[in-house]
Design a binder for this molecule. Structure first.
Ligand code: 5AD
Ligand code: SF4
Length: 431
């Protein structure tokens, strides 16, 4: 989501006549987009800002701003931490960026804009990825009403707001007309899409509309909340040819006691039933998840339940995090805080288990033939290209940049923990 916010800021600045540069010391404007969902992400943003201080000393005319969740959280307080900043821009005000920069340049004053708006205008900023790219993000909703007890998102992104389905469909048609073949629909909780709209467009209904758009071969979405995952959505995986067989379904914990304190709204048993429902509709679906270890009050026996759930589901991949207090959230005040050392041990154990599951899942693909959408030259080896299966598995194969944006038939030859190695099947057309 943050990547797409950065793309939107780049787009409106470019529409206002600014030109992109990769060299920070040549820039007239630098905006650091930030995430505050976990302590580690926030620390990264602070050190990035620290590095810009020296640039500011060298070039007094440079405008330096901070945007995103951390900006929303701290507001004017950011100036105490980083006095060389000119701008603190909240999550609802991206569309105001060019006007604010002009204000700073003309008046020479600092600006803070962290006001929340009834209707988030940035939702409608259309971006077109660089020439040659075939994948794009499309925001379908923003904010969140769930208030999971550990999560800062509802405070820094505001209440849930869905974009009108017609506007989303128009944007995707525009992207398809401009060469985009794959769209990823973005929202904090896509399964509750439409609940703030007066019509009755549900997320599955939206997917069916997008499924009909000529030229879009692959549809992905993130993130789904398990409590709102419906049978209608599961059926879409079976019915829609262009809906990719992958779902990211954060479980967070396998212990009912912890899930209750997290205010997640489901039990481990209910989560497992949703997994069954998805696998019944689409047996080969890739399932990934997020897990937090060391939530306040998590005992060894709770953690063991998370391990048991992982063994039962056998996720293709998980993103796992040590719990960190976020300012203003309910769990900040919970008792039973878990020691850092214990969190570290639990995280290592969980990640080791996940590696074995990821490898097991990937080995199951050896010898199969998959459609792979090539994204570009591999970062590790310039005689290889890298792409993804519909199930979102990374595949490396011999090839050159001419394959970028093409979908090729690939036989999977070798499985690793985080990727697959394959060979193109010459002369075979993709389905
Ligand atoms: N501590 C640790 N992890 C967190 N996440 C969200 N808030 C916290 C927190 N306070 C994780 C959740 C979520 C992912 C985006 O970040 O797993 O799904
Ligand atoms: Fe945060 Fe929960 Fe909303 Fe996800 S659903 S953004 S974890 S409050």
């Amino acid at each position: 989501m943050n990547v797409h916010d950065s793309e939107q800021m780049a787009q409106i600045l470019s529409d206002a006549g600014y030109v992109k540069t990769d060299k920070a010391d040549r820039a007239d404007v630098i905006i650091v987009n930030t995430c505050s969902v976990r302590e580690k992400a926030a620390q990264k943003a602070y050190s990035q800002l620290g590095r810009l201080k020296k640039l500011r000393e060298k070039r007094p005319g440079l405008v330096i701003g901070v945007a995103g969740c951390l900006a929303q959280e701290h507001g004017a307080g950011f100036f105490r931490r980083a006095p060389y900043l000119d701008l603190v821009l909240g999550t609802h005000n991206i569309h105001r960026l060019p006007g604010i920069i002009e204000e700073i340049n003309n008046a020479g004053s600092r600006v803070v804009d962290t006001s929340f708006r009834e209707s988030v205008r940035s939702l409608g900023i259309r971006t077109l990825p660089p020439d040659g790219d075939v994948s794009a993000y499309v925001t379908i909703m923003q904010g969140c009403n769930n208030f999971c007890s550990y999560c800062i998102v509802p405070y820094v992104r505001g209440r849930e707001e869905s974009r009108a389905s017609g506007e989303i469909v128009d944007e995707i048609r525009f992207l398809a007309d401009n060469g985009i073949r794959e769209v990823t629909l973005l929202g904090q909780n896509v399964n509750s899409y439409g609940s703030t709209l007066s019509g009755d467009t549900s997320f599955p209904a939206l997917l069916r509309m997008i499924g009909k758009i000529e030229g879009i071969d692959r549809i992905r979405f993130t993130t789904s909340h398990p409590k709102d995952l419906s049978e209608e959505l599961a059926v879409c995986f079976a019915d829609l040819d262009n809906l990719c067989e992958h779902i990211h379904l954060p479980v967070q914990s396998g212990s009912d006691h912890v899930l209750k304190r997290m205010k997640r709204g489901y039990t481990a048993g209910e989560y497992l039933k949703k997994i069954d429902m998805l696998r019944n509709a689409c047996p080969d679906i890739t399932i990934t998840s997020d897990i937090i270890v060391g939530f306040p009050g998590e005992k060894d026996s709770d953690f063991q339940k998370t391990i048991d759930l992982m063994k039962e589901v056998r996720f293709d991949n998980t993103f796992s995090f040590k719990y960190s207090d976020r300012h203003g959230t309910a769990s900040e005040g919970y008792d039973g805080k878990v020691e850092e050392g214990v969190k570290g041990e639990r995280l290592s154990e969980l990640q080791l288990l996940q590696e074995s599951h990821s490898l097991e899942k990937n080995r199951g693909l050896e010898g199969t033939v998959k459609d792979v959408l090539i994204e570009g030259v591999s970062k590790n080896n310039d005689t290889d290209v890298t792409g993804r299966t519909r199930g979102n598995k990374i595949v490396n194969l011999a090839g050159d940049t001419g394959l970028t944006g093409k979908t090729v038939r690939v036989r999977i030859a070798q499985a690793y923990v985080h990727s697959l190695r394959g060979e193109i099947i010459q002369g075979e057309k993709c389905l």
